[in-house]
Design a protein around this ligand. Structure first.
Ligand code: 5AD
Ligand code: SF4
Length: 471
């Protein structure tokens, strides 16, 4: 039994870890033959990709997968802690599972992901959700086979959560959701400690993957026919800092571009670590997509300071303009939080002014959610729920206006699209993403799935484009 401890998770000393190749103990291969798993993923792309690895691990154990949790022998929730509603969703699901377990006592229930790293969550599970079989943290999910099997053999709750980083595993089995585009981890964890954010506590200190391992993975994906890779990390711009003297995201992007894979994306970037060299490399290579996710969080310097973001509105705008001027046709998206403790009407207005200045192509907007254990949780949350909702509504109105205006500028133009499949909404139409990361539905006589094609934009909507394939 290892329980999570935020005091340990908070320690900023560089982690001491080694690289290990994943290998399943042979005696466990197909241990769960003919058993079905329902794997539910909450949260960000890091979690989605972890789930692709978890699927790979469970397949070696013999599991197949079902979309119906009532038919499963194992239910595994890969959870997210970023906001209260992510918590509520997972606990809501646990309520339904509890009900199911009363009629299916052999059902195995496991919790992994970010919520597993939280003391409050694990304490609640140990008090009120004893029907759960195991809890496994983000730092040791490679140990899933052992924890799972132990929980079955011993018939009692196993909690295996480490608050500091464990070894970094390579060659973990993977069952990817797509045959066209793939996630590639480049850095784990985050050292930024923005005051509202739980991620540094749930994902640990920054650890970069060795460049050779990343490049090998990208080359292999290219050979397998993948067209696009997204380099993943909580803060990809910090890549290399913990491993190399003079090899950063700029050099990595350049080396990945030289593999010749058709499309490269990366996320998420922190404005603080974004160097001129990175911008130059993005501009130089056609296969690095001109689309950058650059979370701003707030347009008020006072709030940015309270958030611990380490930049001012002016510095952000300078970076923004540098990107727009250097990278042809570059689109920029962002994340914004409203209702941070003490945010005044004036602070909020500054956020709206920043949105007007940046005219984002896409954005994710959130109401501040207090996370136990973070520094911001100690600030007095003095804004009413109604006021927070009003601000979110006003902000979204403004954001949406620019999404549509930007999209309208594309009508009549040709865009390059990586086609992902048949549109789930309109029969006979295909969908894909432009190099600037815009969703487009379009008509084509030919089957073009998995190809990069030219499409003429015929109509602009707020969140997508319509088009027809160009001859
Ligand atoms: N409350 C609301 N939004 C948050 N985010 C991170 N932490 C919180 C929080 N406590 C948002 C930030 C981040 C995105 C992934 O989630 O905008 O960029
Ligand atoms: Fe959620 Fe953050 Fe964990 Fe991703 S890293 S799953 S966003 S808490």
């Amino acid at each position: 039994m290892h329980l999570p401890d935020f005091k340990v998770a908070k320690t900023t000393t560089k982690s001491d870890y080694k690289k290990v190749n994943y290998q399943l103990d042979k005696k466990y291969q197909n241990y769960f033959a003919n058993k079905k798993c329902y794997l539910k993923t909450y949260g960000c792309q890091m979690n989605e990709h972890d789930s692709e690895n978890i699927k790979g691990i469970l397949e070696e154990l013999g599991f197949t997968f079902t979309d119906n949790y009532e038919k499963a022998d194992l239910i595994l929730l890969n959870t997210c802690s970023i906001r209260e509603n992510a918590h509520n969703k997972a606990f809501g699901m646990l309520g339904r599972i509890k009900h199911l377990k009363s009629s299916k006592p052999n059902l195995i229930v496991g919790i992994c992901g970010c919520m597993a790293q939280e003391e409050v969550v694990v304490n609640t599970i140990m008090e009120k959700y004893r029907f759960i079989n195991f809890v496994i943290g983000t730092h040791n999910f490679y140990d899933l086979p052992n924890v799972l099997i132990k929980s079955v053999k011993e018939h009692k709750l196993q909690v295996e959560v480490y608050s500091r980083e464990q070894d970094l595993f390579e060659h973990v089995p993977v069952d990817r959701a797509s045959k066209i585009k793939a996630y590639v981890n480049i850095i784990y964890g985050c050292d930024k400690f923005c005051t509202y954010c739980i991620v540094p506590y749930t994902r640990g200190r920054q650890r970069s993957r060795a460049k050779e391992d990343i490049l090998d993975e990208v080359r292999k994906l290219k050979e397998e026919g993948y067209k696009e890779v997204t380099l993943l990390g909580q803060n990809v711009n910090a890549y290399g800092k913990d491993l190399y003297k003079d090899y950063s995201l700029a050099e990595l992007l350049e080396d990945v571009a030289k593999t010749g894979i058709d499309r490269i994306r990366f996320m998420t970037s922190h404005p603080w670590d974004f160097t001129d060299k990175m911008i130059e490399v993005i501009a130089k290579y056609d296969n690095i997509m001109p689309s950058i996710h650059l979370p701003v969080q707030s347009g008020s310097n006072r709030v940015l300071k309270l958030m611990g973001r380490r930049y001012t509105k002016e510095q952000y705008l300078t970076l923004y303009h540098k990107m727009k001027e250097t990278i042809p046709n570059c689109t920029i998206s962002t994340d914004i939080i409203v209702g941070f403790p003490t945010e005044t009407e004036e602070d909020f207005k500054e956020t709206l002014d920043l949105v007007k200045a940046c005219k984002y192509d896409n954005a994710f907007s959130f109401i501040y959610s207090k996370r136990v254990g973070t520094p911001a949780a100690k600030l007095k949350d003095d804004i009413t729920k109604e006021e927070k909702e009003n601000r979110l509504y006003t902000l979204n109105d403004e954001l949406n206006r620019y999404f549509l205006l930007n999209n309208q500028k594309l009508v009549g133009k040709k865009v390059k699209v990586l086609v992902e499949g048949l549109s789930p909404k309109k029969r006979g139409e295909y969908y894909g993403y432009t190099d600037t990361n815009k969703l487009i539905n379009f008509t084509s006589e030919e089957d073009v799935v998995g190809k990069i094609v030219s499409v003429v934009v015929t109509e602009a909507k707020t969140w997508s484009l319509d088009g027809k394939i160009s001859e």
